[in-house]
Design a protein around this ligand. Structure first.
Ligand SMILES: Cc1cc2nc3c(=O)[nH]c(=O)nc-3n(C[C@H](O)[C@H](O)[C@H](O)COP(=O)(O)OP(=O)(O)OC[C@H]3O[C@@H](n4cnc5c(N)ncnc54)[C@H](O)[C@@H]3O)c2cc1C
Length: 414
């Protein structure tokens, strides 16, 4: 077995059951350089092969069977420690797997939903859950027996997270009463447990926000319907309302007032890593564009012989490689324990915007056929557009980068 190659525990490759025991979390650890210098890294290739077999063609709505299959292959446990039901893989290893999933299937909604649970919800629970919360939920989340979601955004409060209006009023005996509504919660309509952020002290702004881990069958929780959206169809999202929902002190994550720090840390991980799947999708769409350029003839020759077309594809490649460098750089820094605030913002901004530009270019290269559903490329665009908002908008990423460069601070005059 070569370095980084995930393990298949069934010896007989011809046995149909062999598919069921592929362990995408196995194999030797990969480094940043392994990931950079080998665009077909075995870990990525194994995930792509698995996705081609198990996630063949997108589904119109959430498919619990596919979710369980991904869990069985080890996808949901990638970033959770071994003792809590996961495989404790590094960020670089995990990204190679998600990049492969994005390459192997066009079921982008499902892959996005998996990444959202792994990189946001489970990250927060691993980093800040109490030992009891971790022991109760992480093994279930890794095995696919429970689904988790992460709810900060509200109908009237998106980018300005410090202004959330959901409240958690302390009651006698250490419990809290939660009231408010969360919106566009990924996996919300099918989840079993939510990390919800609420204000326990409105006088303290972001320092008065607390994170709670709340099972969704708690009285007072009302889960909304699946909302329709333009892409990512197999990822359900919707609202969750809290109407006088009383929860115990044991649902608090970290300590009261730590919610904003918990959110920031998890969202930075999400921002840095979620887009690995989009790298795979960009590669898939680039391959389709190359095929189209070579096979479609106009004016008596393949359209790929027109420089306008070939340069467009060269630019797709450039965007893809630049995005890869930034995403894996953020992962490698994270694995070193270094802050990824800047790296995550740059990686997210570059990848989400590039995915859209390249998806439009793929449509251009396919001509009218690119505008049809049958060709599949217009769906890549609709999936990519969601990336303009989730994990923070492009404007917010630019704000972070500019703030970290000190752009807003006036020069002190002597
Ligand atoms: C597919 C998808 C999944 C999602 N999943 C989740 C989830 O699981 N949990 C969750 O909590 N949320 C989730 N969200 C919500 C997401 O986090 C928000 O959409 C995002 O934070 C932006 O908030 P908003 O949509 O309210 O936009 P707004 O904050 O209202 O922004 C609107 C526009 O104003 C701009 N703007 C706002 N403030 C500034 C500023 N200071 N400087 C410059 N420009 C600014 C924005 O860039 C944007 O262009 C999801 C969204 C999508 C699309």
């Amino acid at each position: 077995m070569s370095v980084g190659e995930p393990t298949t525990t069934n010896a007989d490759a011809g046995d149909p059951a062999a598919e069921a025991v592929v362990d995408l979390a196995g194999g030797e650890p990969a480094t940043f350089l392994d990931a950079m210098l080998d665009v077909d890294h075995p870990r990525k290739a194994a995930a792509a092969d698995w996705a081609r077999t198990h996630l063949r063609s997108r589904t119109a709505s959430f498919d619990r069977g596919r979710w369980r299959a991904a869990a069985s292959a080890g996808v949901l446990g990638l970033r959770t420690p071994v003792e809590l039901g996961g495989s404790g893989r590094s960020a670089v290893d995990s990204l190679l797997t998600f990049e492969g999933l994005g390459l192997g299937t066009d079921d982008a909604g499902l892959v996005f939903a998996l990444a959202s649970q792994v990189f946001a919800m489970q990250t927060a629970l691993v980093e800040s859950g109490t030992p009891d919360q971790q022991r109760t939920w992480l093994p279930l989340l890794c095995s696919g027996d429970a689904i988790g979601c992460f709810a900060m955004t509200e109908p009237d409060t998106g980018s300005d997270t410090a202004a959330i209006t959901t409240t958690a009023v302390p009651l006698a005996g250490g419990s809290f009463r939660i009231d408010g509504e969360k919106a566009w919660v990924t996996l919300g309509p099918v989840a079993d447990v939510v990390i919800v952020f609420a204000s326990t002290d409105s006088t303290k702004g972001r320092w008065g926000i607390t994170a709670f881990l709340v099972p969704l069958d708690t009285p007072g929780v009302v889960v909304g319907e699946v909302e329709t959206k333009s892409g990512l169809h197999s990822c359900p999202f919707g609202r969750i309302r809290f109407d006088g929902c009383v929860v115990g002190a044991d649902t608090v994550m970290g300590k009261p007032g730590a919610g904003s720090a918990i959110f920031t840390s998890a969202v930075e991980a999400e921002r840095a890593f979620l887009y690995a799947a989009q790298l795979g999708a960009m590669e898939r769409s680039m391959a389709a564009a190359v095929h189209r350029a070579r096979s479609r003839e106009q004016f008596g020759r393949p359209i790929g012989q027109f420089q306008a077309v070939s340069h467009r594809i060269a630019d797709m490649k450039l965007r893809h490689e630049a995005s890869r460098l930034l995403v894996y750089k953020a992962a490698a820094l994270h694995d070193r324990g270094v802050s990824v605030t800047m790296a995550a913002a740059l990686a997210k901004l570059q990848t989400s915007e590039s995915a859209i530009t390249s998806a439009v270019d793929a449509i251009r290269i396919h001509g009218a056929e690119g505008y049809t559903e049958a060709a599949g490329v217009e769906m890549d665009l609709r999936d990519a557009v969601g990336g303009l908002a989730y994990s923070g908008t492009s404007d917010i990423q630019r704000n972070i980068v500019a703030r970290m460069l000190g752009v807003e601070r006036p020069v002190r005059r002597p």
